[in-house]
Design a binder for this molecule. Structure first.
Ligand code: GAP
Length: 427
């Protein structure tokens, strides 16, 4: 089994992820999400927002603009230091990331018996330029390279409008853009992607920072495990000082054991007072009037990486079927409803009625084609946890069968108990 090839093919075939602008030959590093992919991504984001914002009384959310005044990026250090090392093949001038040995080796093979030499590494800025306005000279701006700066520049606005006190967090989900030299491994390294981030502000204190850092490190690992990622496929990795981003005093990655090696899933960063300091923002304690620059601990995950790693982790092949064992909270469809036979009007009507009831609370698939076994398998492959079948007994006693994706066991449940049954299963 080639897991990466199998998941990439399933993603395209069943409408999770398509290559971006495919009918024009695509564009490296850009991907489109299909009808099931958008549900998976929305479920990831919804769950993150619930756990990070709704379930906590010390976190508020914002949604800042993608394009900001370029001064923001000058102040934050991104225009000078948000770079990757780039080398060029001296034979064909192909550019690759200097630290990507895998890509370099692959490239060297394309020149067969010629010995490839690489230029000295040069710094390559990852910020994507855009030009605003209709008359020349147009104003140069940037698509944000991280969603984070929108939080820092709104630090005072949030305090003034909510009266929230330190310690507190600001959460945000949104698109970021990086001019990656070598996008690849499906959506893993894209040029347009979504991030879900928490910036947690606190008093500048080393002991406190260690505690807060440790807390979020554990919380974020537990979040992935609770959503079904196998524990053995996750690990922490501390960054060496020379690989830390320019803003980080300390950084730990949560890594995933992917088919292309252990790779960064989410970064936990101690950003100290780097950003607020650069934007000249301070905090005035409303109780003591003391003024200082808070420190920030950040958790920064990628929505697209989460979607990819959840898919890879959930993919299973059994003798006769492929099962995507996605956590029910993440599964695009929570349920599928089937009339046992497609040509019996009473069954279709009853099934439509049940589909309508369940659709009030969940995204529910409908399938009336072909044999029931094939319909079950088609839902297994996209991760639908429960299939509800309406048969002749349903017309007599208002019960249905509910078939479980993972065990394939069926239970008879009365229609009025279905919502409660599903809620209990969802937990
Ligand atoms: N604000 C901090 C920050 O942006 P990062 O480690 O550069 O930190 C955070 O990025 C997360 O964003 C990564 O762990 C990853 O999940 C996601 N990410 C970063 N670059 C990406 C890319 N090119 N394609 C897809 N996801 C990416």
């Amino acid at each position: 089994m080639d897991l990466m090839a199998d998941v990439t093919s399933l993603a395209k075939r069943r409408g999770f992820i398509y290559p971006g602008s495919e009918i024009y030959g695509g564009l490296a590093g850009f991907w489109d999400y299909g009808p099931l992919g958008v549900e998976l991504k929305n479920n990831i984001k919804r769950q993150w927002w619930k756990d990070m914002v709704y379930d906590r009384d010390d976190v508020v959310g914002i949604d800042a603009a993608i394009i900001m005044n370029p001064e923001v990026w000058k102040a934050s250090g991104h225009l000078d230091a948000f770079t990757d090392p780039l080398v060029e093949c001296k034979i064909c001038h192909q550019r690759v990331r200097a630290d990507n040995e895998e890509i370099k080796k692959e490239h060297e093979k394309t020149h067969e018996d010629k010995k490839v030499e690489w230029t000295e590494p040069k710094s390559f800025n990852l910020m994507t330029e855009v030009f605003l306005g209709v008359t020349e000279p147009k104003q140069k701006a940037y698509l944000r390279g991280e969603i984070t700066q929108g939080v820092f520049v709104n630090f005072q606005n949030v305090i003034d409008s909510t009266r929230i006190k330190l310690p507190f967090g600001i959460a945000q989900i949104g698109k970021a853009f990086r001019n990656e030299i070598t996008p690849g491994n499906f959506t893993f390294r894209s040029r347009e992607f979504e991030q879900m981030e928490l910036e947690y502000f606190m008093r500048p204190d080393d002991k406190e920072a260690e505690k807060v850092f440790g807390f979020w490190k554990k919380e974020r690992m537990a979040w992935y495990v609770n959503l079904g990622v196998k524990k053995e496929n996750l690990r922490y990795r501390d960054h060496d000082p020379d690989e830390r981003a320019h803003y980080a005093r300390f950084a730990t990655d949560i890594e995933y054991n992917s088919p292309f090696g252990w790779k960064e899933f989410e970064g936990i960063h101690h950003r100290g007072d780097w950003d607020l300091g650069r934007h000249k923002l301070i905090y005035k304690d409303p109780d003591t009037n003391e003024e200082y620059t808070p420190w920030v601990i950040e958790t920064s995950g990628g929505v697209d990486r989460a979607a990819l790693f959840f898919l890879l982790d959930a993919y299973n092949e059994e003798k006769s079927r492929v099962i995507l064992k996605l956590h029910p909270k993440l599964a695009p469809f929570k349920l599928a409803v089937f009339p046992l036979l497609a040509n019996k009007e009473e069954l279709i009507n009853k099934a439509r009625e049940i589909h309508q009831i369940l659709s009030r609370n969940y995204f529910v698939a409908w399938d009336s084609r072909g044999n029931i076994g094939k319909r079950y398998f088609a839902q297994d492959e996209i991760g639908t946890p429960w299939c509800v079948t309406i048969d002749f007994q349903s017309l007599e006693d208002d019960t249905v069968t509910v078939r479980d994706r993972d065990t394939t066991k069926q239970e008879r449940v009365s229609v009025d108990k279905l919502p409660e049954y599903i809620e209990n299963k969802l937990g």
